[in-house]
Design a protein around this ligand. Structure first.
Ligand SMILES: NC(=O)c1ccc[n+]([C@@H]2O[C@H](COP(=O)([O-])OP(=O)(O)OC[C@H]3O[C@@H](n4cnc5c(N)ncnc54)[C@H](O)[C@@H]3O)[C@@H](O)[C@H]2O)c1
Length: 360
């Protein structure tokens, strides 16, 4: 079916995990690819995904070849020694707009800011010249203005948008309509991990609900040591992330929990954890004869290995939509692959719908 020409904004740990994973499978062709829906999705394999343009603000990344920028600090993913592709792609400057955040300023030094309009001209030129079809956003949490800027760039250039972060575009009706009217596919918002805190919490909450227990309260606490967790120490940047993660659980219950009986949040940054993410979850409730029960789960995962396969599937679903000339939110893909889609479904329903969509 040909290649999928992508651009990325935010050359951070998630992107490093995605491209190093592709390289890993290139070097280990004998291995089955783990963490994706199908090896062949709509005629595309993981090796058909090509990153042909990249944008960032960090002086350690802007202006250098993409295959080197992926390894620049504060990125921590080092699963393969070198990347055999992307040596001819130079990372270009993106506007900062929201800034990089109080805590992250210690590890990210942005390049000298230039007027947004001047940068936009260069960005449009780069995307056009590189014949980009899909833009993947890995912007940091709290980049609301930057996300709107890049969503508009997609509309201006007729490029499909995969929004992996929690500033709402696909799930914001006004923006969804703009993509629908422009006939450009959008998949969002906020990527779900393969077996991450969200999917485990919402599945167990749904199980308790479906089995007829009464859930009284629940919490989910997450800690990690990468830049994403450092960004999330900044409470002012966290609002949409908290909404996204909380709604992912609330949407699975037959009756919503009162706001003060559910707590879902990234909770702290522990530097030596690096990309290891720990999740602690508790559900308390009652069953037959009003007898109480509770459950606790501790999940330990590599945060970046956990999300890359899902983004690969999101990119391929966006490409299938482009091939079929479909525009607007890709409903099933957003519901299955994202935490805060335009329309929440149960994970089983979403999977079924997405399989139907892939088959056409
Ligand atoms: N499992 C997961 O890792 C997971 C799951 C869901 C969502 N996400 C989201 O994905 C996003 C990326 O996560 P990450 O771990 O790669 O973060 P990261 O902090 O490692 O990377 C962010 C990158 O964006 C760059 N950047 C900052 N401001 C920018 C701007 N205005 N324009 C362009 N680039 C800019 C930074 O320099 C950095 O390279 C986050 O929003 C995160 O919450 C991740």
């Amino acid at each position: 079916m040909g290649k999928i020409r992508c651009a990325v904004v935010g050359v951070g740990n998630c992107f490093a995990g995605l491209v190093q994973g592709i390289e890993y499978y290139k070097q280990h062709q004998e291995q089955k690819v783990i963490g994706i829906m199908h090896e062949n999705m709509g005629g595309y394999s993981i090796h058909d995904i090509e990153f042909v343009a990249a944008f960032d603000v960090d002086s350690k990344k802007v202006g250098i070849p993409l295959n080197k920028a992926v390894y620049a600090e504060p990125n921590k993913v080092k699963w393969v020694e070198t990347l055999s592709t992307m040596d001819e792609i130079t990372v270009k400057q993106s506007p900062q707009l929201d800034g990089v955040g109080t805590y992250v300023e210690k590890v990210v030094t942005p390049v000298h800011e230039r007027p947004t309009e001047e940068l936009k001209k260069e960005i449009l030129h780069e995307l056009k010249e590189k014949k980009v079809e899909i833009l993947v956003s890995y912007l940091p949490v709290g980049s609301d203005k930057a996300t709107k800027f890049w969503a508009q760039v997609c509309l201006d250039t007729k490029i499909a948008f995969v929004n992996c972060m929690p500033s709402f575009i696909a799930s914001e009706p006004e923006w969804a309509k703009k993509f629908e009217e422009a006939q450009i596919p959008i998949i969002g918002d906020d990527i779900k991990s393969q077996v991450g805190a969200t999917i485990v919490h919402r599945t167990l909450a749904r199980l308790c609900d479906m089995r007829g227990t009464k859930i009284d309260r629940t919490y989910q606490i997450n800690v990690g040591g990468n830049t994403d967790f450092l960004t999330m120490k900044d409470q002012d940047r966290l609002q949409s992330k908290k909404i996204s993660k909380t709604e992912a659980v609330q949407s699975q219950l037959s009756q919503r929990l009162p706001d003060d009986q559910i707590y879902v949040g990234p909770s702290d940054f522990i530097p030596f954890l690096s990309n290891t993410k720990l999740m602690f979850m508790r559900i308390e409730g009652h069953m037959w004869a009003n007898i109480p029960y509770n459950m606790e789960v501790r999940l330990e995962v590599d945060d970046k290995a956990n999300s890359a396969g899902i983004v690969i599937d999101a990119v391929r679903a966006a490409k299938i939509s482009l091939d079929r000339k479909l525009g607007g939110p890709v409903w099933a893909a957003s519901a299955y692959l994202m935490k805060h889609p335009p329309k929440q479904m149960t994970d089983n329903e979403a999977r079924e719908e997405l399989e139907k969509f892939i088959k056409g």
